[in-house]
Design a protein around this ligand. Structure first.
Ligand code: GCW
Length: 700
């Protein structure tokens, strides 16, 4: 008997710890506060709870109340039941207060330590929900509520996740399993994941979700799929999240049987109008469409000689009576070998400024090419004063080590947001020019949602940045690390330092000194700087590095493509001269001889080699930091991250060696001291293939 009992206890203990730290709870871990003094202090402040006159029966308020019960119940170890008037109205308590929107803006909130306790005020339900998450965050991070005075409102109205999820369950550029949206069991089955997804999004202020891939499928507009989408929308609604869909431009042909999708054709227009009306019957708060048109084979208005504005406006007109919007992507480029791909979105969209309807936003990737480890900001930001723009950031990590490398993206987000476009004088940061942020999600069916445990930090960072773009990467990671791990202050600091340093480490081992798009073909995993044989010139790494026996880099100054001219004069002045151009953008803007003298006195070739080496050493540093945390973070996630870090170290060396082997075959220069010779010859690196990336059919 004793034997069985001890076995049972053993099982409970082990399963308990496995369940506790498998990452599913993300940062919303509401474990009982270990420090008894702190727990008691919070209990004294929060034990009673008054909802006052606030109507808590609406869907969003129900979510807020249930989160509060769950959160405080877990953290304080005692159930807290909100009541209109607290049973014991003596003494301090937590209470809700509805105020006018002149006092607290839409979706905003205040948390204050008032005479009769902690007061959470908001002017709408979403504000209360966000306020509850903020309050829980404070308690979970052990921040004192004495004298607390928080006043928050989102800086950007649109804070939206873009899922590149296909209706067959696969996720384009997704590295964390399959889509969490189960089209085959919707609308009847409401997976708990949908609710937890919505909770997580709301906890960081995300208020929109595009559940389908921009490489779109018109089937989503069929009534059966609309029913399914409506079921998701209902879950999201309770968390202040609007559902959006991607619109395939040729849907009237594929689904409606029309002969054209010409946006000026009356039959096409009325097809869309009816379709939109149908959607709103099922989803009254439907957000609208995201459209990828005339880009990478997607259909669009240009096929009919119509502009992007004419295409977008036709959809916008159908959505307008319902309050819906169109997010029209600027990610367009053609395959003209003479053209500089970095210039094309600007060339296409700046002339259309002023031609879009009011409910159209143009969605622009952070850089002019495509989610690279580093790019300068897109010149479109600030260049379309009459057209609201959305900043599209990548949270998934195509081109950035995909699912396996530890690369924290917050420094990249803030680098773009803080960049000064000078379009309206000094201080016209990218952040100030955009109406909202769209993030390409990194979420899948993996138990911990994102594959690599640290990828959760990017989801967190996206939401927090979109809410408040002036937050620093450090502030955001401090929050995340505190909430997600239980380590002491020094362990938390180590995690934060790792995340902060990791993006630059990745830039160094993949694409240092302004190089870009050096990844292998198709799956974009691993190095392929020699690739020059693809059907479209601008898909070739060699197109981007322009390396030959004389030098390396893409001349985007007056003597080259002059892409630089698309920026404001102040920005041009920063980059125009290779002698003063910041080294991180040097080969983006300049083609230079191998023996070019860098600002630090190093020869370009030597600096390039050393940068790769620095990247590799950076991955070793990451691994050492993490090894030092053994015993300070839970063993499951410690082991998992350690394994990933080994992969990253090996692959960083692969990047360094393959890149140096290739560039040396052109420069003919010796490898500088401190940088090892490549482990293999160039032919070896060229022969490697990587048939494992998700979405790539394994080949013999
Ligand atoms: O980076 C490229 C990706 C495509 C993606 C495209 C886009 C959804 O390789 O997979 O397609 O960007 O942003 O539309």
């Amino acid at each position: 008997m004793l034997k069985y009992l001890s076995l049972l206890v053993f099982c409970l203990l082990t399963t308990g710890s496995l369940l506790a730290e498998d990452g599913y709870r993300l940062w919303l871990r509401y474990d009982r506060i270990a420090n008894e003094d702190l727990r008691t202090a919070y209990l004294d402040q929060l034990r009673t709870f008054r909802t006052g006159e606030v109507d808590t029966t609406t869907a969003i308020m129900q979510s807020a109340m249930s989160e509060l019960r769950r959160g405080l119940g877990g953290l304080l170890g005692e159930s807290i039941y909100p009541a209109r008037a607290a049973q014991n109205s003596e003494g301090a308590s937590l209470s809700l207060q509805r105020v006018g929107s002149d006092e607290v803006a839409a979706e905003g909130y205040r948390i204050e330590d008032a005479d009769d306790g902690i007061v959470l005020s908001a002017s709408d339900d979403a504000g209360f929900l966000y306020g509850v998450f903020h309050l829980l965050r404070l308690v979970q991070s052990g921040e004192s509520l004495d004298g607390v005075s928080v006043a928050e409102a989102p800086r950007k109205a649109i804070r939206i996740l873009n899922h590149w999820d296909n209706l067959d369950g696969t996720v384009e550029r997704g590295y964390a399993g399959f889509s969490i949206f189960e089209w085959h069991t919707l609308p009847e089955i409401i997976d708990q994941r949908y609710i937890d997804y919505a909770r997580a999004c709301a906890s960081v202020g995300i208020n929109g979700s595009v559940v389908t891939n921009v490489n779109a499928n018109s089937l989503i507009f069929r009534p059966d799929y609309q029913e399914k989408a409506a079921a998701l929308a209902e879950v999201f609604r309770a968390y202040g999240i609007k559902l959006y869909l991607t619109a395939r431009f040729s849907s009237p042909m594929e689904l409606g049987g029309l002969e054209t999708a010409d946006p000026l054709d009356p039959a096409v227009k009325s097809w869309w109008t009816e379709k939109v009306n149908e959607i709103y019957e099922r989803i009254p708060d439907f957000g609208g469409f995201v459209v990828k048109a005339n880009s990478e084979g997607q259909p669009g208005p240009r096929e009919y000689g119509r502009s992007h504005a004419e295409g977008a406006n036709m959809l916008a007109e159908a959505l307008e009576p319902h309050g819906g919007i169109v997010m029209w992507r600027a990610f367009v480029y053609n395959s003209d070998p003479e053209a500089d791909r970095a210039m094309q979105a600007y060339e296409e969209f700046v002339p259309l400024d002023g031609k879009f309807r009011d409910n159209v936003l143009v969605q622009v990737k952070n850089g002019p090419i495509d989610f690279q480890p580093r790019e300068p900001f897109s010149p479109l930001f600030g260049a379309t004063p009459e057209t609201p723009l959305l900043l599209e950031l990548q949270i998934t990590k195509e081109y950035l080590g995909q699912g396996t490398h530890l690369v924290g993206l917050a420094p990249m987000f803030t680098e773009t947001l803080d960049a000064d476009t000078y379009q309206d004088g000094k201080g016209t940061t990218v952040a100030s020019t955009v109406a909202g942020l769209a993030g390409v999600a990194n979420i899948g069916t993996d138990r911990n949602w994102t594959g690599h445990p640290f990828n959760q930090a990017d989801w967190y960072a996206f939401g927090r940045t979109a809410w408040q773009p002036s937050l620093t990467a450090k502030e955001i990671y401090e929050e995340w690390a505190t909430l997600t791990y239980d380590g002491d202050e020094s362990a938390t600091n180590t995690i934060v330092e790792m995340l902060l340093a990791s993006r630059e480490i990745c830039v160094n081992y993949m694409t240092p000194l302004g190089l870009t798009h050096q990844m292998a073909t198709g799956h974009h995993y691993g190095p392929g700087p020699w690739v020059a044989n693809l059907g479209r010139p601008e898909w070739n790494p060699a197109y981007y590095n322009r390396a030959d026996s004389m030098g390396i880099g893409f001349d985007r100054t007056e003597s080259g493509s002059n892409a630089l001219a698309q920026y404001a004069p102040e920005v041009q002045a920063m980059f125009a001269d290779p002698k003063t151009c910041p080294p991180e953008y040097l080969l983006w803007f300049h083609h230079l001889p191998w023996d070019w003298n860098m600002q630090n006195g190093e020869r370009l070739w030597d600096e390039l080699c050393r940068s790769y080496q620095e990247g590799v050493e950076g991955t070793q540093w990451l691994a050492e930091q993490w090894a030092g945390l053994e015993g300070q973070v839970d063993s499951d996630r410690h082991r998992e991250v350690s394994q990933y870090l080994q992969v990253q170290q090996r692959e960083a060396a692969w990047w360094r060696d393959a890149s140096i082997a290739y560039f040396q075959s052109l420069s003919g220069l010796p490898i500088p001291a401190g940088v090892p010779e490549p482990a293999h010859n160039l032919a070896y690196y060229k022969s490697l293939s990587y048939p494992y990336a998700p979405g790539i059919r394994p080949q013999w």
